[in-house]
Design a protein around this ligand. Structure first.
Ligand SMILES: NC(=O)C1=CN([C@@H]2O[C@H](COP(=O)(O)OP(=O)(O)OC[C@H]3O[C@@H](n4cnc5c(N)ncnc54)[C@H](OP(=O)(O)O)[C@@H]3O)[C@@H](O)[C@H]2O)C=CC1
Ligand SMILES: CC(=O)N[C@@H](CCC(=O)OP(=O)(O)O)C(=O)O
Length: 317
């Protein structure tokens, strides 16, 4: 398909799962894209395989905002269309480490934007791995963090990360606790993509948590700098991250002065409503340890913002 911008044509996009948490956010963002028309399905047909497949045949791109199992089923519906199949962005976990899918994190390395631009199928990253990979990958690529380093990532998410059911548990049922750790079997579904795209050879530990706020996310990576080869300084780490994201539009490394002005505290909600991701390097007084933190909106760069970033690349917008 030609780029929408070069051909002057409208690109047609179907959001499968458009009434869900992520689907609604994507729809809102695409409404601001003049070159995109969103093709909707009647609400009572939203789970009707035949109706969804017919709509898929009529669009350039479908975004899957569905539970994993339904996303797998949706891809089978697209496959059934043969060469009339639309391009796909899948927001679920189902295809993130699957063959034939490009990982939808354009900032991963110098080649990833181009890989997404050309891909027929793009797997949108998980919200937590977006933050964790943003911290880990540049340091592995720069040789500061060995690929076999025992990495531990701790994170907190707003409850919208759990989709409609968790939102209802907090907002309607009021049955959810104010804060809880979960994934305590240490096998959260995001670990495989974090390991693969973080280029880690040792399985990272990942400890997620959820708090009683709708959206917002902090992902933390504590690092004993003096246990790394060459004992890099916090400035070395910050420089490697800043170099990596120098030309990124949505990701920035927060400057020393701005970080100091925060007084040693970090608000998880500060980027809500944006598609940005901020990176902080908090050093100890001796520069022997550092806490690296990524801050994002789980529904922004963690889901819908990333999906729209990928759609824009794929459609040449
Ligand atoms: N929320 C977040 O922060 C993030 C979510 N994601 C992923 O995005 C995907 C969507 O999540 P989210 O929006 O939070 O979830 P929601 O539960 O809010 O929305 C899912 C939507 O899919 C619909 N749906 C369920 N089964 C089917 C089916 N068989 N056919 C068609 N539609 C179906 C649901 O309809 P109904 O409600 O009527 O059943 C609902 O509208 C998930 O894979 C999730 O893991 C990814 C990154 C972050
Ligand atoms: C708070 C909460 O429950 N968060 C979700 C992750 C949200 C996300 O990134 O979605 P994917 O399912 O697409 O990976 C969880 O831990 O399962």
């Amino acid at each position: 398909m030609a780029d929408a911008t070069t051909s002057g044509a409208q690109a047609r996009v179907f959001i499968d799962g458009e009434a869900g948490t992520t689907g609604l956010e994507i729809r809102e963002r695409l409404a601001a894209e003049p070159a995109v028309t969103v093709a909707s399905i009647a609400h009572d047909k939203r789970k009707d395989a035949e109706a969804r497949q017919a709509l898929m045949a009529d669009v350039d791109l479908v975004v899957l905002c569905l539970p994993d199992e339904a996303a797998v089923e949706a891809v089978a519906l697209a496959d059934g269309l043969g060469n009339r199949a639309p391009r796909i962005v899948d927001a679920s976990t189902a295809h993130r480490v699957a063959d034939g899918w490009a990982y939808g994190f354009p900032e991963l390395d110098a080649n990833q934007s181009e890989a997404i631009r050309k891909a027929r199928r793009v797997a949108n990253p998980g919200c937590y791995p977006t933050g964790a990979i943003a911290l880990v990958r540049p340091l592995v690529d720069a040789g500061l963090l060995p690929a076999d380093h025992p990495v531990t990532v701790n994170a907190v998410s707003g409850y919208s990360g759990g989709g409609r059911q968790m939102i209802e548990a907090y907002e309607i049922g009021k049955t959810a606790p104010a804060f809880e750790l979960y994934g305590l079997g240490l096998a959260h579904k995001h670990v495989p993509e974090l390991q693969r795209y973080g280029r880690l050879t040792r399985r990272p530990m990942f400890v997620p948590s959820v708090g009683n706020f709708r959206q917002g996310m902090l992902v933390s990576l504590p690092v004993h700098l003096n246990a790394l080869p060459g004992s890099p300084s916090p400035a070395d780490v910050e420089r490697a991250l800043a170099d990596h994201y120098r030309s990124a539009d949505l990701v920035r490394v927060v400057s020393n002065d701005e970080r100091v002005s925060l007084g040693g505290r970090l608000d998880a909600l500060a980027l809500n409503g944006t598609d940005n991701l901020e990176i902080f390097v908090f050093p100890d007084a001796d520069g022997r340890q550092a806490l690296l933190v990524a801050r994002l909106d789980n529904l922004g760069k963690g889901a819908a913002g990333a999906a729209v970033q990928n759609i824009r690349l794929m459609l040449g917008l």
